[in-house]
Design a protein around this ligand. Structure first.
Ligand code: ADP
Ligand code: G6P
Length: 461
């Protein structure tokens, strides 16, 4: 690449990344390649609306754009997280259509484009991430940016039927057509994206598989995201954190690690753990405890507050019914945990529950597999609706809507013979290694550098 790499995402890390798959993956990728990462200022209302502010840099530069209280409410909490997030995660019932949200979303994208355009040379590569910035390439093209611009959607691509709940359903296709490359997590997402273009009379399919849309062509491909498995495994092998965290001894540990998001299927997970405990009541099977680490997220959105209340109610009820003086079956921690501690906890856990109702990839599934001792690995219980399930077919795949099936999967995981655990783990580990985050970034950027040139560099309407 002769120019520089410019990465744009709403969230940028302030120190070491904590929770959120996008930041964790891109931090690893940019640490290796260098470049500049542009994102929203971590402190709300900080910085200048008309310039980019330099913030603490390390292996790469970080530039921040300002978000006012109004932008935060209407662009971030509003259009991004109360329209696009539920739309893409199969929760059309939670979509809140609002003209103010839409105006702020378009306004922030137009302003970020204005601030960025003068910094982008024709040989640079621009890589834009996630649903906060769908219209950003349209805006950059309007300002004459000719550099290659790629997009990666970290969350599921919505089905055509869900797109029709947007105020202007055709916007999605027009926004995406201003990119040279649209990268998605799974083959299923690619099929959904192509279905959207197929249904759009403005789009035409070319013989090389690209989509022609007005005067541009866009390539659509899946690039399953991953992690740096070796460094995660190394962190996991450090001494056991049991003492420092006070994890119950004498009980098999089952772990869950998720932002407290309604898409993660946490109430059903807790219910399934309760059903598993019911199934063991009166037996002499060893005790098992669920450790759920769930930092709060987007708490000003009502649906996120509701899920927190619901979970507290379920875990309180289950602990009330099952706890004993020396044993609390569900431990529920509402905060972020150091990545090194997390890695060691994964290694200690006999099973990991990933029960998303919809999920772009789910990095927790990959982290859990990477952290295991290959000689004595724990078992990953994985929702069929997480992107990771497309390739991790030897995990214990479950339907997260089926409480009894998940309860049975917990029992199966905790009693699985070692040979079967090793065989399943070896397969999952191969998948995790094949999707190493560096290779993921290289293949997206390699594809962006070589994908067919656009037909014309004029702006899309
Ligand atoms: P999402 O991107 O929807 O949050 P992922 O599973 O893809 O879901 O990514 C979540 C990332 O955030 C993982 O790297 C995970 O380790 C990290 N994470 C989630 N919860 C915590 C937590 N409580 N403490 C530290 N890291 C967390
Ligand atoms: C998911 C999204 C990211 C987002 C992250 C955390 O991983 O794909 O774009 O950054 O969740 O959410 P937040 O709203 O806190 O940035």
């Amino acid at each position: 690449m002769s120019g520089k790499l410019v990465v744009v995402s709403n969230r940028i890390p302030t120190g070491a990344p904590s929770s959120g798959g996008l930041v964790v993956a891109l931090h690893d990728a940019l640490t290796r390649s260098g470049g500049v990462w542009v994102g929203a200022h971590p402190d709300q209302d900080a910085g200048d609306p008309e310039s980019l502010t330099e913030i603490a840099s390390g292996d790469y530069d970080r530039l921040a754009f300002h978000l006012s209280e109004d932008d935060y409410e209407n662009y971030y909490l509003g259009f991004a997280n109360s329209v696009l997030w539920p739309l893409c995660h199969g929760r059309v019932d939670l979509v809140e259509i609002s003209r103010a949200y839409e105006a702020a979303y378009l306004g922030v994208n137009a302003r970020v484009a204005r601030l960025l355009a003068p910094r982008i040379g024709p040989d640079d590569m621009v890589w834009i991430h996630d649903y906060h910035f769908l219209p950003l390439a349209v805006e950059l093209r309007r300002l004459g940016v000719t550099a290659r611009i790629g997009f990666f959607l970290h969350i599921p691509f919505p089905p055509l039927s869900a797109l029709s709940t947007l105020p202007t359903p055709g916007d999605f296709a027009a926004w995406l057509s201003a990119f040279d490359l649209v990268g998605l997590q799974t083959r299923r997402d690619t099929a959904a994206c192509l279905e959207m273009f197929r249904a759009d009379p403005r789009a035409e399919f070319m013989t090389d598989g690209t989509v022609k849309f007005h005067d541009r062509t866009v390539s659509v491909r899946s690039f399953p995201i991953g992690i740096d498995a070796d460094s995660f495994a190394e962190a996991a092998r450090a001494p056991d954190p049991e003492a420092e965290l006070g994890v119950d001894t004498g009980a098999d540990l089952v772990i869950g690690v998720d932002r407290l998001d309604y898409s993660k299927g946490l109430p059903n997970r807790f219910r399934a753990f309760g059903a598993f405990l019911d199934g063991r009541a009166g037996s002499d099977a060893p005790r098992a405890s669920l450790l759920q680490i769930a930092p709060p997220t987007r708490e000003r959105v009502a649906a996120y507050r509701a899920i927190r209340t619901e979970l507290e109610e379920i875990s309180g009820r289950l602990n009330g019914a099952h706890s004993e003086l020396d044993w609390t079956p569900i431990r529920y921690i509402h905060r972020g945990v150091e990545r090194s501690t997390l890695a060691r906890l994964y290694r200690r856990a006999r099973a990991c529950l990933v029960t998303s109702l919809a999920d772009g990839m789910n990095l927790v599934a990959k982290e859990y597999v990477a952290a295991q001792d290959p000689e004595n690995p724990g078992v990953l219980i994985l929702s069929r609706f997480a992107g990771a399930a497309e390739d991790m077919t030897e995990a214990l795949l479950v339907n997260p809507y089926d409480i009894d099936e998940m309860a049975a999967a917990i029992e199966t995981a905790l009693t699985m013979p070692i040979e079967e655990r090793r065989r399943r783990h070896a397969h999952s580990l191969r998948v995790v290694r094949d999707t190493h985050v560096t290779r993921w970034a290289q293949s997206v950027l390699g594809c962006l550098a070589t994908c067919p040139p656009t037909l014309s560099l004029r702006a899309t309407p």
